[in-house]
Design a protein around this ligand. Structure first.
Ligand SMILES: Cc1cc2nc3c(=O)[nH]c(=O)nc-3n(C[C@H](O)[C@H](O)[C@H](O)COP(=O)(O)OP(=O)(O)OC[C@H]3O[C@@H](n4cnc5c(N)ncnc54)[C@H](O)[C@@H]3O)c2cc1C
Length: 363
């Protein structure tokens, strides 16, 4: 398994739960730094339960999320709450802690976990698998023979691209995000995800564990460059100009704002599997964060890929292709959802951001 994010860890854990042994997860990080992407919908509960880790997850004190409140398409506030959702509420995660938790659960189920180690290259060995070149802590280079490789390396699609797959891209966005401490922790902060469309893009705000708030602005690269949004003071000025977000963020101290800019492309690989390999999660397809489906898609991919790999191991020769077809179908549904969401916003017909979003959202 290349990558121990939600896709890699859930796939490794599902395989281990099914009795598959000798699973190795190679993970570049040590789960200690900040990681962006924190909102998961109520449907995640089913996936977490199917991995038999729901009780342990509930003791980890991630923040409940009761839905979203948005100013999108008009200046009227709209709600999408989870009150009637049969799965209950969603969560705002401490993302690094969540990823570390999943990896630890996989490890406890018998998966070998190699952290601080990166795949640097690979060679196909035909019907016997692949030779992986892994850079371990201290710069040591190891060669590992793998019968089967799952690419769960996230948006780099590292292994799949080494095997010739290409990301078919549409609609690249940039998210300029910061995590800020709340000044007055005695005043409860909203447990909703807040969204506001503005002329140059859209904002979201979500409270996360540790009395902190994640604030992100999604726009395109040209706007980031011309408005210099990587600079905290420019980003903060833009936030203050958003009529509804600025009220919400009144009690937040911008002095420690460290704005990080993340490219968020949407794509699906042209080849999702090959001889003794399969791509899952963001390595296979990546979604715009407006849908807040990235993590749940990666967990679901991990669990379904584990089933496909077991079927393939027991002789169903088209099991990997069937998985790939499912990923493609889900991607097409996502493209439709994204188009519908962006087409709801018609207030700025002259805005280059919205024009481009609406015309390219259907691609
Ligand atoms: C700004 C932003 C906001 C987002 N907000 C949300 C949100 O609110 N809700 C949501 O559901 N999704 C959100 N997402 C998307 C979500 O974060 C991803 O969809 C999700 O992380 C994908 O999980 P994954 O396991 O497929 O990939 P990743 O989480 O990217 O995991 C890949 C892993 O592979 C490891 N890796 C990379 N290269 C190597 C290598 N060479 N060797 C070994 N390991 C390697 C990485 O360290 C990483 O741990 C957001 C994304 C961005 C950028």
């Amino acid at each position: 398994m290349i990558g121990g994010g939600p896709a890699g860890s859930s796939c490794a854990l599902a395989l281990a739960n099914a009795g598959v042994s000798d699973i190795l997860v190679v993970e570049a990080s040590s789960y200690s730094g900040f990681k962006v992407g924190e909102s998961i919908p109520p449907e995640s509960r089913m996936l977490i339960r199917s991995l038999n880790i729901d009780e342990a997850f509930l003791t980890r004190h991630h923040e409940p999320c009761y839905g979203s409140c948005s100013y999108w398409g008009s200046d009227k506030r709209g709600y999408n709450d989870f009150l009637l959702n049969p799965h209950g509420h969603g969560w705002h995660l401490d993302r690094s802690r969540f990823d570390a938790f999943l990896a630890a659960q996989a490890h406890a189920a018998g998966v070998e976990l190699l952290t601080g180690s990166s795949l640097s290259g690979s060679e196909p060995l035909g019907s016997t698998g692949h030779m992986l070149h892994i850079r371990c802590p201290g710069g040591v280079l190891a060669r590992v023979h793998a019968d089967f490789v799952v690419d769960a390396s996230g948006r780099r699609s590292l292994f799949a691209r080494q095997r010739g797959a290409r990301q078919i891209n549409s609609n690249p966005l940039i998210c300029c995000a910061a995590t800020l401490r709340r000044r007055n922790v005695d005043v409860a902060f909203s447990r909703l995800t807040h969204l506001e469309a503005v002329e140059q893009g859209w904002w979201y705000v979500a409270s996360v564990p540790g009395n902190a708030v994640v604030i992100a602005f999604a726009t395109n690269a040209q706007i980031v460059r011309t408005m210099q949004l990587q600079k905290a003071e420019r980003w903060y000025r833009m936030l203050r100009a958003a009529p509804h977000m600025s009220q919400l963020t009144d009690g937040i101290d911008p002095r420690d704002a460290h704005v990080r800019c993340y490219p968020v492309p949407s794509y699906c690989l042209d080849r999702l599997c090959g001889e003794r390999w399969l791509a899952i999660g963001d390595a296979a397809s990546a979604y715009d964060p407006i849908t807040a489906q990235g993590i749940v898609k990666s967990l679901s991919n991990g669990i379904h890929a584990a089933q496909a790999i077991q079927s393939w191991m027991s002789g169903t020769s088209d099991a990997l292709q069937a998985f790939a077809q499912m990923v493609r179908t889900q991607y097409r549904r996502y493209v439709d959802l994204r188009r519908d969401l962006y087409c709801l916003e018609q207030r700025w017909p002259a805005s280059e951001f919205w024009q481009r979003q609406i015309t390219s959202a259907s691609m």
